[in-house]
Design a protein around this ligand. Structure first.
Ligand code: 13P
Length: 305
């Protein structure tokens, strides 16, 4: 599960419900999720944000046998004078990871975003953003923390499913070239990726079978078999879409060498967050809907929906 929304991101999610994000409210909300009875049956690890670790929320997870990890990129910054945004956070990374390891965090995450338009992603952007991602992975392994490399090909745009699949392929292929340059052990990483979807402005809706085919095509071309696991982000799909598409991908994967699973944030949290709406009296109902979604997504992860 991804619960590593930055202050900016959780503020945006709360604002949509008329709530104001504060460290206290963020803590309350995340404690509600993590204290949901039975989540350990469906979640093996949670990616946290620094604030939650300072609040000790990793302890709740550890007590349930869930492995805590941490988002360590520093978000996005402008790239030259383009509309592309590159991920920052390499400065001081080694020192931060040493502290996180001492706090019991076992894995790390670094997210880069890749926009699809007629001219993007550009070659110069691939070069810079993926080099940074590979360097992160190396520093993480040097600190005995498993890196999740997350090149997110963004949903937004008017592109076709095919174009998305090709961009996914190109992005991941180039990522593995960079990981090689940095001498990252790819048998000790997790890849977090988008699914291949048509842009919402294309007006096209792709069926799960088409999404699954297009996604697996890119993954099979680009991701070496030594990689143990690939997890999907939900990327703005509705909870049902993300769940149904995951189910179909797993059903179709047949001889694919890696484990396939989910690392959703929005698709796992959306229903629970809306139902909770910041009110203590809604906690129990919100936990129930959260657990029901987890159960469904866990079935999808086995292709059993
Ligand atoms: P979504 O599932 O909401 O895309 O979030 C996953 C994530 O970790 C984004 O970095």
């Amino acid at each position: 599960m991804a619960a590593d929304e930055s202050t900016k991101t959780i503020s945006k999610r709360f604002e949509a419900l008329g709530l104001t994000s504060t460290p206290e409210l963020n803590q309350k909300y995340r404690e509600m999720l993590f204290n949901t009875p039975g989540i350990e049956n469906f979640i093996s690890g949670v990616i946290l944000y620094d604030e939650s670790v300072r609040q000790g929320l990793n302890k709740i997870l550890e007590a349930k046998g869930i492995v805590p990890g941490i988002k360590v990129d520093g978000g996005l910054e402008p790239f030259n004078d383009t509309e592309e945004q590159v991920t920052k956070g390499l400065e001081g990374l080694d020192i931060r990871l040493k502290e996180y390891a001492s706090l019991g965090l076992k894995f790390t995450k670094w997210r880069g975003v890749f926009k699809i338009t007629d001219k993007y992603p550009s070659d110069a952007f691939f070069e810079e953003n993926l080099t940074r991602m590979a360097k992160f992975a190396k520093v993480s392994q040097e600190n005995n923390m498993v890196p999740i490399v997350e090149p997110e090909v963004l949903l937004e745009g008017n592109h076709t499913t095919t174009r998305c699949s090709e961009t996914l392929d190109e992005t991941l292929t180039k990522l593995f070239e960079k990981l090689k340059v940095e001498e990252v052990d790819v048998s000790q990483i997790i890849v977090k990726t988008s699914m291949a979807l048509p842009g919402p402005e294309s007006g096209v809706k792709a069926l799960p079978l088409e999404v699954a085919n297009a996604t697996l095509r890119a993954l099979k071309r680009a991701v070496p078999p030594e990689v143990p696991g690939i997890v999907f982000l939900s990327g703005g799909q509705t909870p049902d879409q993300a769940t149904d598409n995951l189910n179909e991908i797993v059903k179709l994967k047949t001889d694919a060498p890696w484990q396939l699973s989910f690392s959703f944030s929005r698709a796992l949290q959306e229903e629970a967050m809306r139902l909770w709406a910041g009110k203590d009296e809604n906690v129990s109902a919100a936990q129930q809907i959260f657990l029901a979604r987890l159960e469904k997504v866990s079935k999808a992860r086995k292709g059993e929906l």
